[in-house]
Design a protein around this ligand. Structure first.
Ligand SMILES: Cc1cc2nc3c(=O)[nH]c(=O)nc-3n(C[C@H](O)[C@H](O)[C@H](O)COP(=O)(O)OP(=O)(O)OC[C@H]3O[C@@H](n4cnc5c(N)ncnc54)[C@H](O)[C@@H]3O)c2cc1C
Length: 297
């Protein structure tokens, strides 16, 4: 199907994009890489009057990881991130970026679009929960910084205000002694994950000081598994603690039956991937180099 007719506008700066969105009002939508939204337009799930293309705004596709805080511009593509020095130094970033869909999608799709879409199957929101990321936004009222926790309020619904765009994602570099892993299982490369689990551990002398566990494709929003994190915190990652964390992750999830699998299958995947991600994160925290990527059926 073809999309319903719309007016196309290209913004050259963030300020111009915000002005266009405000002037046009309710019928305006943002277009970035188009990898999620073009499908929505073609299926006529949305019929905007106007598209404001932010995809060529300069400088929104930069990664700044020079200091303790990392800032990734909203227009940075999955492939740019996957091939960056950042992905080389923080392996959980590489796990996520390099397994998203296929090369075509990774060349066009952006981290900002992944977060803004409010799609619980997108990989970046779950990953960014494990890094306590913040979302940098700009709108008619100025700039705001939002917590990734709770940003996706419901299916495809986010905390963005009308006329507001995401300009970047920001997080602190994981401390020395940290290790993370992002594990997903999916039907084939160009498919969204059936389930994904991100784990980030901060450890001292084999003890877990802090744990973050987040789930993707496991409910209507990305899910932070707080009770699972609590099972690991303060412990030395015994088999019993890891099993309890996996059970708590399953309890935190709210998956539904669909073409990707039954509820029971997804719950089994959550338990398996949680244990696997904890194991890889623990080994990385101790300094091991471990290759990890999305797995297919
Ligand atoms: C075949 C296929 C397979 C895929 N598989 C995966 C997968 O396995 N994992 C995964 O994570 N993703 C997957 N995707 C989605 C892909 O990663 C998208 O690129 C991404 O989700 C959206 O980024 P985009 O730049 O293309 O956004 P767009 O499609 O342009 O926009 C998506 C939505 O976000 C809004 N938006 C975009 N950017 C901004 C911004 N900066 N500020 C405010 N609003 C904004 C738009 O208005 C729109 O509502 C897949 C896509 C396809 C086509």
């Amino acid at each position: 199907m073809y999309p319903a007719p719309f007016q196309y506008h290209r913004a050259n700066t963030v300020d111009e994009a915000i002005r266009m969105l405000s002037d046009i009002g309710e019928g305006a939508r943002v277009l970035a890489g188009g990898q999620s939204y073009l499908a929505i337009l073609k299926l006529r799930f949305d019929e905007p009057t106007d598209l404001v293309d932010i995809g060529r705004i300069p400088d929104l596709d930069q990664i700044d990881d020079a200091g303790e805080t990392v800032t990734i511009g909203a227009l940075t593509t999955h492939n740019q991130i996957g091939s960056s020095t950042l992905a080389g130094s923080i392996p959980i970033i590489s796990d996520c970026a390099n397994g998203i869909a296929d090369n075509q999608v990774r060349n066009r799709g952006t981290i900002g679009g992944s977060v803004a879409s409010g799609d619980p199957s997108c990989d970046w929101p779950a990953l960014l929960h494990t890094l306590d990321a913040e979302i940098l936004c700009q709108g008619p009222g100025g700039t705001r910084t939002l917590d990734i926790n709770g940003f996706v309020e419901d299916l495809y619904q986010t905390g963005l205000k009308p006329g507001e765009i995401i300009t970047g994602l920001q997080f602190k570099k994981p401390a020395h002694g940290s290790g993370g892993a992002y594990c997903t299982f999916k039907r084939c490369a160009p498919a969204y994950p059936t389930i994904s689990v991100g784990v980030q551990l901060t450890m001292t002398d084999g003890q877990v000081d802090a744990a973050r566990i987040a789930l993707g494709s496991a409910g209507l929003t990305p899910i932070r598994a707080n009770a699972a994190e609590a099972e690991l915190t303060g412990g030395s990652l015994t088999a019993d603690q890891i099993n309890k964390a996996a059970e708590a992750a399953v309890a935190a999830a709210d998956p539904f039956d669909d073409q990707r699998g039954s509820v029971g299958f997804k719950q089994q995947l959550i338990a398996t991937l949680t244990k696997r991600a904890i194991g890889i994160a623990q080994r990385r925290a101790s300094g091991e180099t471990i290759k990890n990527s999305h797995e297919y059926y």
